[in-house]
Structure formats: structure tokens, C-alpha cells
Design a protein around this ligand. Sequence first.
Ligand code: GLC
Length: 438
Amino acid sequence: MSNDKTAALQSGLGPIGRREFLAGAGLAAGASLLGAPRARAADRVEITFSSAKFFGKQTMAEVVEAYNQSQSKVHVTYVELPPPSSSTEVHQALVQQLVRKTGTPDVFTQDVVWIAEMAGAGWALPLDEYFPASARTDYFPGLVAACTYNNKLTALPWFVDSGMLYYRTDLLEAAGAKVPETWADLVSTAEAIQKSGKAKFGYLWQGKQAEVLVCDAVEVIASNGGAILSADGKSGALGSDKSIEAIQFLYDTINKSKISPSDVLSWDEEPSRQPFTGGDAAFLRNWSYVYSIAQDPKGSSVVGKVGVAPLPHFAGGKSAACLGGYQFGVNAATKNREAAIDFLTWMSSPATQLRFALQLGIAPTRPAVYDDAQLGKEQPFMKQLKSVFVGATPRPVTPKYAQVTLAIQSGVSKALVSGNVKAELEAANTRIDQILGK
Ligand code: GLC
């Protein structure tokens, strides 16, 4: 992207005092700063930024460096945590730091499911005074709601994610099949393609005992009209008939229709993505980052042969996508509030969100960014599936999520491995009720 375009997008931002803050450094906000004399490192406010590891055509380190280059008042040191597929480990690393209240890291990225916990524990700084209501209307309302806890904005929207169905356009065409709308359609099409010998695997998903299993479970259960928690959020619903039927369906993909290999039980995102972009599978459930990899001849044998659609549903149910994505938080104990807010504002600006979408394949939380022509060309599915992102189904929203997720992961995993779906889900449900204090 040209510097002019970056500057234009950034100057249109200004929800808070980036202008004022930078004015202190004698810099015009939004101006292209390339070529401007760089302040000596010692003159800059040093802050740290801890984030899960994201990758694509660019790395997070490169994006952070672009911020460091764009102004001369703040210097951000980037601390890389494991990738988001190791959600439990990323969470643990962050909590260990935040609980010490030393102010490090100043800024962090948080999975959408941790916002209630980080806010409830007082670790995330309320951001209301920096991002007034007028600035929040630039984001999808559902994401602002997800970043709000007890009426306080405690996270700033960064990117939205949702589960989606990747399919091979060439294989569907050869089989004379349409993009499946129901799980039954997906099974019969996958079986036909496997039988024809054109693909080894029918359907790949993520059955590893990890956070992503909760996402896959939310999707099948919600697509059967069920849910993980009761409507009031006070008790579990994982033992309900709808949940049992849905998890039984996942079990059957391995053991009955055999459209999925038993390996899916130890796969999270990347191991399930590789056979698909290697040309060995008809269908894959995954997040949006897969699209750019599938279109990159360097790592993909299916360039130009991949379509993306909403996930299928059960007869009588509706397609459901799990709400994912990471958001920004400021450490409530930071000693460098102004610098942290300036960095955060830049990271969530229209220009940087566009950069993340183009370079890392992650979807913007600002509706306006979806209208960018280059994005429409390079990541056409984003605009096409905008309503899927916006209408995604959240995982349980509770400050006790860290405990609830472990109970779901363990219960669903045991159900899938043993085939005792009803008994294992009922047992997990009892644990969830205990955690929620029912
Ligand atoms: C993706 C989602 C995140 C989710 C994780 C699970 O990174 O954005 O919300 O928790 O996958 O692996």
C-alpha cells in the first residue's frame, strides 16, 4: 500500500488524541514520516506488546516495526507468544504476567473469549475515555459488545474470525455436486468424491483436545438448534439431546461414513489445513487465514480451486459459525498509558486493519475496510461472508471461561475418542454446572 493511502486512511481515524499526542513530538498526525529525522532511541517511551504469533505474507514483528518507523515518540518491543491454536498456553503466559501488576506487557492481544475474565479481574484498562461512543460506531456493533464487560469497554476490536467451510470447486464440479447446505449433503458429496478416488479425505476438522475443539463443537451444536449453555447462561446445555446428536455426528464422520480420518482427533488448525492445501481433501472446516495460504503457489497445490461457504447445518437447523478473533487490551497497571493508547489506536486503525487483512488474511472489525477494492480482489470471500462474521455464535461469555473451556474440551474429546457420547457429555455438563455455581 502506498504511503499516501496509509496516511489518508489514518488521518480519517482520530477517535482520540493521536494528533495531540504526536504534536508533542513536533509531528503532524497522519503525515508520511518516512525520511523524517528519527528520534534517538533514548528519547522514546518504551512499551512492550505481547501477542499470540500470527503469520502470513508479513509477520507481526514487521507490522510493529512499521509503527516504530511511523513516529518518533514511542518504541514498541514485541514479545511473541505461541500461535492462537495454542490458546490455552497463550492465555497462561498472559495471565502469569498480568497477575503480577508490574505493567508489563503494556499492550496485549486477547482471544475474544478472555475479555470477561481480563475485565472481571481488573487486568484490562477500561478504554471508554479514549474511545468515546462516537468512535465505536466505526466497528461492528457485535464486536464492540464482545469487547464490553459490565458496561465498560475493556478491549479494542482488532479482527473477527469465524469458522467456515472450504471446498474444492474442481472436485465438486467433477462430481456434479452443489456446495452442501446440510451435513447430510456434505457426507454424501464427500463419500462420492472419496469413492471416485479424486481425494483421499472427505472432510477435515479439528478434534484435538484444545480450544479449537470447543469452536467446532459450538458450530455443530448450534447448527442443530442447541447450545453449550442454557439461554440465561447459568447452567450447561451440553447434555441436551441436540448437543448429543451433534457430537455424535462428528463421531460418525470418523467411524461411520469415514469421510474424516481418525487423525482429526489429534489435529488442530494447521495439521488439518495441510492435507487440504496439499490437494488431498474435498472439504475443510477452518478459519479465514487459510484462504491466502490456499491461493499461494508456494505452499498450495489447489490455487484457484478453492471456494469458501458457510458451514452446513442439520435439517431444520441453521448454519452456525463460532465467533473467534483477537482483540487488543491495555494492561491496567501500565506506567505508559498515553503511549499504549497511541499504539493501540494505530493497530486498530483502518489502514492497519487493511494491512492485516491483506498480509495476514484476518478479517477487519471495521465494516468500512471491507469496501477496499484490493481486499475484494485478493480475499473475495471476506466480503462475501461478511454476514457470517457478523452473525457468528459466541462461546460461553463468563469470567470463568478458562475453567469452562477445559471442561468442554475434555468432555467432547472423551466422547469422540470413546464413542460414549451421551455419558461423556452429561458428565461434562455436570462439571460445567459446578464451575458456574449452579
Ligand atoms: C482462532 C480464533 C480464536 C480461537 C482459536 C482456537 O485463532 O480466532 O478465537 O480461540 O482459533 O484455536
